[in-house]
Write a protein that binds this ligand. Structure first.
Ligand SMILES: [Zn+2]
Length: 96
C-alpha cells in the first residue's frame, strides 16, 4: 500500500505520511488557510509500505499519478473559478 506526503510549494509545510485522499484534503485545507487564492501545488512524495525491497511498480505509480491529477483538477475546478487560471505545478518525488 502506498503512502503519500504532500509538501507545500509555498512555505514548505509537509503533511504526515498518509493516504492519498487524506493527504489531498490536508493539502487543500492548508492552502485554503495559509495561501488563499493559490491553487494547491507543491510536491507529492510516494512511498511503498509493507514491502521492504523491490523497486518495481512503475505502472502502479503512474496510475496513481493520473488519479491524483484527476483529483486535483476536480478540486481546483470546484474552488477556483475566478482565482488564478493556471494550477501550480505538481512535482512528483517517488521515494524508495
Ligand atoms: Zn504552505
Amino acid at each position: 500500500m502506498s503512502q503519500f506526503q504532500y509538501v507545500c510549494g509555498e512555505c514548505g509545510f509537509r503533511t504526515s505520511w498518509t493516504t492519498e485522499s487524506q493527504g489531498a484534503q490536508w493539502q487543500e485545507s492548508h492552502y485554503a488557510h495559509r495561501h488563499p487564492g493559490i491553487p494547491p501545488g507543491g510536491t507529492v512524495r510516494v512511498r511503498e509500505r509493507g514491502r521492504s525491497g523491490g523497486g518495481g511498480g512503475g505502472g502502479c505509480l503512474g496510475l496513481v499519478g493520473v488519479l491524483f491529477l484527476v483529483l486535483l483538477a476536480a478540486s481546483t475546478c470546484r474552488g477556483m473559478t475566478r482565482a488564478t487560471p493556471e494550477p501550480a505545478g505538481v512535482v512528483w518525488v517517488v521515494g524508495h
